[in-house]
Design a protein around this ligand. Structure first.
Ligand code: BEZ
Length: 211
């Protein structure tokens, strides 16, 4: 299996999850998706990550994003661990955790990095668009819990830039000024961005978030 790259189709699979068997593409439907792996059940950092994800359900729903987690542990292990996540993180896990004991999905998505650990998945994140194409991949080591605010921030940027001829600058957050794509001429920019734009340099033009 060739390494996945941005723009590739997210590989489809069927899998057992804590919310029943899913066909990944069917389950995603017409919306966006986040597929993320964690090293193992009953581990401390992962417990905090999955609890935080559950608490962000309304934020993901607002953006029409479905979330699925994955590790190479089995279904019974996932189900037992969910009780601990709910208890310790004061939440209710409300998204499927894929049981990938045979490492089928982990190998499709290259989530096991043998020089880090040859048995457990690393902390991979894939954001998948409604066209089932991979829009973002990030990989964290086992020792570093992810920042799920950053994942939401990237989704906001992806959803904006999918429809508007802008990109988002450093540390951008929803509602802040955007940069106009270099391919857009100033004449076009005047029509496309009625709120106006500021030409800092010919290649650096800022406009209020257009949507
Ligand atoms: C954790 O989730 O806490 C963890 C998992 C594997 C290695 C180190 C930490």
């Amino acid at each position: 299996m060739a390494t996945l790259r941005l723009g590739d189709e997210a590989p489809n699979f069927t899998a057992q999850t804590t919310e029943g068997e899913i066909d990944f593409h069917q389950w995603l439907g017409d919306g966006w998706g986040v597929l993320f792996s964690h090293p193992a059940d009953y581990t401390p950092v992962c417990t905090t990550e999955l609890g935080a994800t559950a608490k962000l359900k309304s934020e993901f729903e607002k953006r029409n994003v479905k979330v699925a987690a994955l590790s190479v542990d089995g279904l019974e292990s996932h189900k037992g661990w969910i009780n601990d996540i709910n208890e310790t993180q004061h939440t209710t896990v409300n998204f499927p955790i894929i049981a990938d004991e045979d490492k089928k999905v982990a190998s499709l998505y290259d989530m096991i990095h043998p020089n880090a650990d040859d048995k457990m998945t690393v902390r991979s994140v894939f954001i998948i668009g409604p066209d089932k194409k991979i829009k973002l991949m990030i990989t964290y080591p086992a020792s570093t819990g992810r920042n799920f605010s950053e994942i939401l921030r990237v989704i906001d940027s992806l959803q904006l830039t999918a429809y508007q001829k802008v990109a988002t600058p450093v540390n951008w957050k929803e509602g802040e000024d955007c940069v106009i794509l270099p391919s857009v001429t100033n004449e076009e920019a005047e029509k496309l961005f009625p709120k106006g734009f500021k030409e800092v340099k010919p290649y650096l033009r800022m406009t209020p978030q257009p949507n």
